[in-house]
Design a protein around this ligand. Structure first.
Ligand SMILES: Cc1cc2nc3c(=O)[nH]c(=O)nc-3n(C[C@H](O)[C@H](O)[C@H](O)COP(=O)(O)OP(=O)(O)OC[C@H]3O[C@@H](n4cnc5c(N)ncnc54)[C@H](O)[C@@H]3O)c2cc1C
Length: 289
């Protein structure tokens, strides 16, 4: 089933992101937690990341189909431009169509760690918009999502320019956006307004990362260059060594953020689970979705 059809029929939608594990133990853990989350909270869809540098290519596809069979809901396959030329990408898109994967989050991907410069494959796609166009061409029925950055993509240097460039992804065939993590509701509403000024009105699913560990949060946000508001530092820095208190405050922050977003009329909530059932179970329970 196409996720865009779900978003048009149901509001708010609930969805979760998992990452593709590289070990058998990680795979079992993911399957167990995905099953638990699905049974207890009935999400509308889940998504599975494509490892940095395309490192999980076959693993991701195998797990997407396994999760789809097990959960009986759409599973969105993340796909990046990294490491493959257009011919190989077309082969991969055809294989996804063949495997019944109806939903793709089309991304550019990031430079390898340690490098700040994006170097495309010599015969590949330079921007996500080109990958989106390729998917649209090879697999016209596919529902395609793209990444959105409430603070502007870090390389763009200017949120306004980044919003202008989003038009390429929408024109190529992206039907909805999922955002980078953020912690302040006004970043989402500001982004939605900015995109609307550029004529972009597709559904924008906010990506929410529940805070479970202060130091990991700092590392994670430094990596993806998402800002951390002072209020987060003020709450979580003093309790950094207290796991239970961090967990409690992390749930409270995510519930507050999700409620504010729903009040703002977001089309749904997309939680970054990090392959754990908790704390998302507690958050969704508190939201009474
Ligand atoms: C929800 C979400 C899920 C993600 N999942 C994964 C994953 O599974 N695997 C993974 O490796 N990475 C993933 N990422 C990270 C993503 O690959 C990086 O953030 C990457 O740096 C940008 O990807 P993009 O698709 O937005 O790129 P693009 O849309 O190509 O944009 C990249 C940069 O190029 C600029 N740009 C775009 N078009 C043009 C143009 N025509 N001319 C000039 N400049 C242009 C943009 O402004 C931006 O600065 C995810 C990110 C998000 C938000």
């Amino acid at each position: 089933m196409r996720i865009i059809d779900i978003l048009q029929a149901k509001n708010p939608a609930l969805s979760y992101e998992f990452f593709t594990p590289k070990t058998d133990e990680g795979r079992k853990n993911l399957l167990a937690n995905a099953r638990l989350l699905a049974e207890k909270t009935r999400p509308d869809f889940v998504s599975l990341t494509y490892g940095a540098g395309g490192s999980t290519r076959t693993l991701t596809t195998a797990l997407v189909t396994e999760l789809q069979d097990m959960l009986g809901i759409p599973v969105m396959h993340h796909l990046t431009c990294i490491g493959q030329g257009r011919v190989a990408l077309q082969g991969m898109i055809a294989a996804l169509a063949e495997a019944g994967v109806d939903n793709i989050l089309a991304l550019r991907g990031d430079p390898p760690s340690g490098s700040d410069t994006w170097t495309p494959h010599p015969e590949g796609c330079v921007y996500a918009s080109e990958l989106i166009a390729l998917i649209r061409l090879r697999y016209p029925e596919c529902s395609i999502a793209a990444a959105g950055f409430p603070e502007g993509h870090p390389e763009s240097g200017d949120p306004e320019r980044d919003a202008e460039r989003m038009k390429h992804k929408i024109r190529a065939g992206a039907e909805f956006l999922i955002t980078q993590l953020f912690f302040e509701t006004q970043l989402y509403t500001g982004y939605r307004e900015r995109l609307a000024r550029h004529g972009i009105t597709v559904p924008i699913l906010p990506g929410i990362l529940p805070i479970t560990h202060y130091q990991n949060l700092l590392k994670f946000t430094a990596g993806c260059k998402a800002s951390v508001p002072q209020a987060v530092h003020d709450i979580f820095a003093p309790i950094a060594a207290d796991e239970a208190a961090t967990r409690r405050e992390g749930i409270a922050w995510a519930v507050r953020q999700a409620r504010e977003l729903l009040d703002e009329g977001t089309p749904g909530l997309h939680f970054y689970t990090l392959n754990k059932a908790e704390p998302v179970l507690s958050i969704v329970k508190a939201l009474q979705l």
